[in-house]
Design a protein. Structure first.
Length: 186
């Protein structure tokens, strides 16, 4: 089944940024607006998954609640899978260069779990996740397990640099905005 929802993860602590990433401006728009636009352009319904205490910019986008604990990236993914009860495309808010075409390609993949490996590293929170993984992701979050190890242990298929180049330079597409000094390069 093709994914129809793009889950934008925006419930993190943003320790390195020093302020909630979703509202950080890039090219005059919040990072969240970049993710929402890419999801919409991909033909997906954008949904923001965040904790109740997560500050988000005012945008006309649906918000799904992520449990307050544990504070782990997989908590939001598991919560979204339970709510959607269907495959979803997951996009971290701090990847503003991910194009609509890549999101659409992930949505169409047949594998129950596929993530992206590009620019020399695995991006385990950018991918297509199936609802059958919700329990395992929740257990991993509760245990504080590393995201990469968890995704690899679940047998995730990997979309690599060759497949990414169709959408542009993987180093540019997958550039994280984690700190204020990352913004000029983004």
């Amino acid at each position: 089944m093709e994914a129809r929802v793009a889950v934008i993860l925006a419930g993190g602590r943003s320790r390195r940024m020093g302020t909630p990433k979703a509202g950080v401006l890039l090219d005059g728009r919040p990072l969240l607006a970049h993710a929402v636009a890419a999801a919409q352009d991909a033909g997906l319904r954008p949904v923001v998954v965040a904790k109740d205490d997560s500050a988000l910019p005012a945008l006309p986008v649906e918000r799904w609640r992520e449990p307050a604990a544990p504070r782990h990236p997989l908590t939001g993914v598991a919560a979204a899978l339970r709510r959607a009860a269907a495959p979803v495309v997951v996009l971290p808010v701090d990847l503003p260069g991910v194009p609509a075409g890549l999101l659409a390609a992930l949505a169409a993949r047949p594998e129950p779990l596929v993530v992206v490996r590009g620019a020399g590293r695995l991006h385990p929170l950018l991918g297509r996740f199936g609802p059958e993984h919700a329990d395992a992701l929740e257990r991993a979050a509760d245990a504080g397990a590393p995201v990469v190890t968890t995704v690899e242990a679940l047998g995730a298929a990997v979309l690599g640099d060759d497949e990414l180049r169709v959408h542009g330079d993987p180093a540019v597409l997958l550039r994280n905005v984690n700190r204020p000094e990352d913004l000029p390069a983004a």
